[in-house]
Design a protein around this ligand. Structure first.
Ligand code: DGL
Length: 276
């Protein structure tokens, strides 16, 4: 990547906007910040629409497009990272078509790297019900994993459970196990060896998954790869420093509770007072 030198009289660099339905996108934000330390970050959680997993497709697409019309206008980011499989597999192409001047870095189920790495040929994709039923996901399997047996596991509850867990609420092992069990297949002496974490909420729970898994597997978290892709798209400006105290989070409900506000502080994000 070519680096340009910052002229002190230039405007402050435009921020990076990271979007998810809830707090799952924080798993991507923490990687992105490491790779783009000179950039300010705005984290948007559409918690008023959470969870996205069960939405009807046309309604969710319309919601996301309307929201971005507002977000781009208000925050003028340099780039948007859609840190949500459920949103991007549905509306990624529409976002790019509707806002051609904006760069969108997406999140899609990491089926290609899983197919490249599996030894047994048995791969599972753990995602929201929305992501599992997307044509986008089926196309990824057809294009990159036709030689594998890919099991799609749509979880009704894990995104909510991850939200509860990261906020410090207890969750039961039995409930988690019930959600991840369908990922584990044994067939003719072979076993699933990779589970794709195809919802950005799930990496928060990966240590629980590891503890409860019937046998060890590789849990594939795409966060770092997404951050690297974003870094490739955002020019590295030599000499630029992170704008002091800039990073903030916006919740579309306008009413994040106390534990959510604390969580955001933990991630170095101030809370913006208003909904977008
Ligand atoms: N974090 C989102 C994803 O990556 C989905 C969570 C939800 O809203 O259901 O798919």
């Amino acid at each position: 990547m070519t680096a340009i030198t910052l002229n002190p009289t230039q405007q402050t660099l435009r921020p990076v906007l990271v979007f998810d339905s809830g707090i799952g996108g924080l798993t991507v934000l923490r990687e992105a910040r490491v790779l783009m330390p000179e950039r300010g970050f705005i984290y948007i959680a559409d918690d008023a629409g959470f969870p996205y997993g069960g939405w009807e497709e046309d309604a969710l697409r319309a919601r996301i497009l309307a929201l971005f019309a507002q977000l781009l206008d208000t925050y003028q980011p340099e780039i948007c990272i859609i840190a949500c499989n459920t949103a991007f597999t549905l509306a990624g192409a529409d976002l790019r078509a509707k806002f051609p001047d904006m760069t969108f870095v997406g999140t899609v189920p990491a089926i290609k790297p899983a197919a490249e790495r599996t030894r047994s040929g048995l791969v599972s994709v753990l995602a929201t019900p929305g992501t599992v039923k997307r044509a986008y996901t089926r196309d990824l399997i057809q294009s990159f994993a036709s030689q594998c047996h890919v099991r799609l596991v749509g979880s009704e509850n894990l995104a909510r459970m991850a939200e509860a867990w990261i906020r410090g609420e207890p969750i039961s092992d039995d409930a988690v196990l019930a959600e991840i069990s369908p990922c584990f297949i044994e067939d003719q002496g072979k076993r699933t060896d990779i589970v794709v974490l195809a919802c950005t909420h799930y990496p928060f729970m990966v240590n629980i998954f590891r503890r409860l898994a019937p046998w060890p597997v590789d849990w594939l978290d795409p966060a770092e790869a997404i951050a690297r892709q974003a870094r490739r798209k955002v020019e590295l400006v030599q000499g630029a420093e992170h704008p002091d105290g800039f990073d903030f989070a916006v919740f579309t409900s306008g009413q994040p509770n106390f534990t959510t506000r604390r969580l955001m502080q933990g991630f170095g994000l101030k809370m913006s007072a208003s909904a977008p």
